[in-house]
Design a binder for this molecule. Structure first.
Ligand SMILES: Nc1ncnc2c1ncn2[C@@H]1O[C@H](COP(=O)(O)OP(=O)(O)OP(=O)(O)O)[C@@H](O)[C@H]1O
Length: 293
């Protein structure tokens, strides 16, 4: 069952189209990666899905209904973002208590275990936490909410590499026991590439890639070798990128590369490389009414 369905969703800020005809379906009980360059429209889309902003055009359904001021939908949705603001005097335990009141599936014991894992003091003032500590509070709330739709908008950027790995490990373990729909928006694509099952890449407000992660993993290959031999091999393939390395040439090809040639090097292309190559050279979002390509 699809938890999210958007049809031709547009969001305009004056002449700027932050979203430009986004049609997407996000299946339930799946970890989705929402990827794209700065300004691609990821946060805008998540704000619309969580009723914090409204589309200019198109249709949005979350759990089959429009999320706007819809308590039945919003009680099933947790949106964790990097720039979360809390009242000045709030302590960590107050933020968790507020989350407990908000989310019907809240698990207090799990939240307490996560506090210990991330070494966040329950009595600590939120305003005095380090950036990592603040990120950890967001991550803990996102996980312990067990909301049927949980969206993380890079709240874990403040965490160091060890703490981020802890987040990924806890997320996977909890997802296995309590399947739900997760949307992870991140620039750290390599770190999450084994986690995500479905990939959406936004580019200038449009959907550039919308596919399962597995098929994307085998989607591109980098071929390196003497320039002439690589040119001959690449002819007839769709080329994403090319670079000269001394006397040799390296090209990134998409689509089925079903033959290999002696004398050439073939390397799989990581999800991050693929997204970088696919979105490279594209600018920011488009002005309304202008052609985007
Ligand atoms: N309230 C607003 N008013 C005007 N423009 C906005 C507003 N919110 C977002 N935008 C613009 O819409 C575009 C998409 O922004 P958005 O924050 O959705 O991108 P993003 O993909 O989340 O980027 P990042 O990865 O940098 O967080 C950007 O050009 C941004 O400047």
């Amino acid at each position: 069952m699809n938890v999210v369905r958007t049809t031709g969703v547009t969001k305009r800020y004056g002449p700027l189209a932050a979203l430009d005809g986004v049609s997407l379906e996000l299946a339930g009980n799946t970890i989705h990666g929402l990827l794209g360059r700065n300004g691609a429209g990821k946060t805008t889309l998540m704000r619309i899905l969580t009723g914090q902003d409204f589309e200019t055009g198109g249709a949005v359904e979350v759990f089959g209904q429009h999320p706007r001021e819809n308590a039945g939908v919003l009680s099933r949705v947790c949106f964790v973002k990097e720039s979360q603001h809390y009242p000045e005097k709030f302590r960590v335990k107050h933020a968790l208590r507020a989350a407990e009141l908000l989310y019907p599936n809240w698990d207090s014991a799990y939240a307490a275990a996560l506090l210990a894992d991330f070494a966040v003091p329950a009595g600590g003032r939120i305003g005095k936490l380090s950036r990592g500590g603040l990120s950890a509070v967001g991550v803990i709330i996102g996980l312990a909410s067990r909301a049927p739709l949980t969206l993380f908008d890079e709240p874990y950027l403040g965490l160091d590499a060890v703490a981020r790995q802890l987040f990924y490990d806890r997320l996977l373990a909890d997802f296995a026991e309590h399947p739900r729909t997760i949307v992870l928006s991140t620039h750290l694509i390599d770190e999450v590439s084994d986690l995500i099952e479905h990939v959406v890449v936004l580019d200038r407000g449009r959907v550039l890639i919308d596919t399962d992660a597995e098929s994307l993993r085998g989607e591109a290959v980098a071929v390196t070798g003497p320039a002439g031999a690589v040119e001959r091999f690449a002819a007839g393939h769709e080329e994403l990128h090319r670079e000269r390395i001394g006397g040799s040439l390296r090209v990134t090809l998409t689509g089925a590369v079903d033959r290999f040639e002696p004398g050439l090097d073939f390397e799989p292309v990581s999800l991050q490389q693929l997204v970088v190559r696919t979105t490279q050279g594209h600018g920011g979002p488009v002005a309304a009414g202008k052609e985007s390509r």
